[in-house]
Design a binder for this molecule. Structure first.
Ligand SMILES: Cc1ncc(COP(=O)(O)O)c(C=O)c1O
Length: 490
């Protein structure tokens, strides 16, 4: 039985979806997809000189219409094969960044394509908050069932971007704690690019020229290099760092009594550098928030699905503290989830669009696949991939220690959590890192950078479909690109 057929409705629509004509047509398309994508199995260059030229023209057009050139000369053809993606010039790249974490099941996944084809038979492209089809409710319920396993989250509001999920979460927190209007956030956090989120996100460049009307107090995020310096030759550096952060938080709360509505936690910082923290760090801060009546808002837009549990708060054992939580990216449809106590008054949350029918259908299927697969836990597929990735970085560093010079800024050359993977060559300096990302792209591996200093190369690979055996291929390209970068920066 296929995904859409499982919807228990007695309707003409259901008869249509189940009809042999429709089922056979979808099977035929998927069969053709499998046959075509079987030729996409390795990195390669453009198909011909002509395809290269017309691609150049498309890139020029992209720059003209956007007002600036693309970061990478990437324009997809619309077809791929798992971790391999075809560009419009017929070249093929290995995708280790997946649209910044969106395509966990890679490119042209046959099952998800089948679900999307069924979804395309919906009467409308968009689902809305006034008029949605049954699948939107089922997506919310599927997500909530997983969320509830380790938290008090009870309700969900769906929308179509991570920034909008965060906007909705912010409003929920502000309404609940009105008139408190201040927000607590970590240094180096990122929350999206609406006006409010650009103000909370800790990046000066992302709010250039914007008038400020959101009151934010920044707390230090856990920093292992600083914790190490704080240790008195024993293992107490982490405890001292946590005590310092808690005292910082208490000071801020005393400075503005009753004025903080929420503390936004990005449990593993994404754009900020794939920075992790021991669970006790978050737990101690969350406890202070609970005592002070401040909402604990967990932004899982980047972490959702890809750490060692579906929700990062579960991976870190923090679910009991979470009042509001946002997810996005690999879920295709984004969402703000909240507890009963945070259910807002009517009028606060709505919108013309909820998301598109195919995003709703595919998003639900992705959550089911994450739930039913072998992804999570210490021996799960995601953790195994992280270990394989780390081994590759460490063996590269053994072969080429000159590419990984010791730096006080970079306590470890490899880091992240689960499917959030980073490595930090060239002392974590920005220019070589960006040069390396461009060289990697040219050589056939798509990555991106993260951090505000130190900088890192980051991977958000399609672990849902990638085999561990592919890592040596990825790293043979990494080695080539790093060699080139090293000689260029000399
Ligand atoms: C933690 C976090 N929150 C929010 C966002 C914003 O999501 P979107 O780009 O879908 O608006 C991102 C995007 O990278 C993110 O990493």
């Amino acid at each position: 039985m296929t995904h859409t057929q499982a919807i228990p409705t007695a309707s003409v629509a259901e008869d249509f979806r189940r009809s042999p004509v429709v089922r056979n047509a979808i099977s035929a398309v998927i069969g053709e997809l499998r046959a075509r994508q079987s030729s996409i199995t390795a990195v390669r260059g453009p198909r011909s000189a002509e395809s290269r030229q017309s691609y150049e023209r498309l890139l020029k057009l992209a720059a003209e219409t956007r007002g600036r050139a693309l970061f990478y000369p990437y324009l997809g053809s619309g077809l791929g094969h798992g971790p391999f993606v075809e560009l419009a010039d017929g070249s093929v790249k290995l995708d280790m960044i997946t649209g910044i974490g969106v395509h966990f099941f890679g490119h042209s996944d046959p099952e998800l394509t089948g679900v999307a084809l069924e979804a395309a038979l919906n009467d409308t492209v968009q689902q809305g908050h006034l008029m949605a089809n049954t699948e939107a409710i089922q997506l919310g319920e599927t997500l909530l069932t997983e969320a509830k396993r380790g938290s008090r989250l009870e309700h969900v509001f769906l929308c179509n971007s991570g920034a909008m999920a965060n906007e909705n979460a912010l409003k929920v927190c502000l309404q609940k704690h009105a008139p408190a209007s201040r927000i607590l956030a970590f240094a180096h956090c990122f929350m999206g690019r609406t006006w409010a989120m650009s103000q909370i996100g800790d990046s000066a460049a992302n709010r250039q020229g914007l008038p400020l009307n959101v009151l934010v107090d920044y707390m230090p995020f856990y920093d292992p290099a600083v914790a190490r310096r704080m240790s008195a030759g024993d293992a107490s550096g982490a405890t001292r760092f946590i005590d310092m952060a808690v005292s910082h938080l208490r000071q801020s709360i005393e400075r503005y009594p009753g004025q903080h509505a929420c503390f936004i936690f990005e449990l593993v910082q994404g754009e900020g550098g794939f920075n992790t923290a021991p669970p006790e760090f978050h737990r101690e801060l969350m406890k202070v928030c609970k005592d002070a009546g401040i909402a604990v808002w967990d932004d899982e837009v980047q972490t959702f699905g890809r750490t060692e549990r579906m929700f990062c708060y579960d991976a870190l054992g923090l679910g009991e503290y979470v009042d509001v939580c946002c997810v996005g990216k690999m879920s295709q449809v984004c969402a703000a989830l909240f507890t009963k106590a945070y259910n807002p008054k009517p009028g606060l949350l709505s919108g013309t669009f909820l998301s598109t029918a195919d995003a709703v259908h595919v998003g639900r299927r992705i959550i089911e696949r994450l739930r039913d697969g072998d992804y999570y836990g210490e021996q799960g597929r995601i953790a195994r991939h992280h270990r394989a990735f780390s081994q590759q970085v460490r063996s590269l560093a053994q072969r080429h220690p000159e590419w990984f010079p010791p730096s006080p800024e970079v306590p470890d050359i490899v880091g992240g959590f689960g499917g959030m993977m980073r490595f930090s060559p060239f002392g974590g300096k920005k220019e070589p890192m960006i040069k390396l990302c461009h060289n990697l792209f040219e050589d056939g591996v798509i990555s991106f950078y993260c951090g505000h200093g130190p900088f890192h190369v980051r991977f958000l690979p399609p672990l849902g479909v990638m085999e561990e055996a592919l890592w040596p291929t990825v790293f043979s390209i990494v080695e080539k690109s790093m060699s080139r970068t090293a000689s260029e920066i000399k």
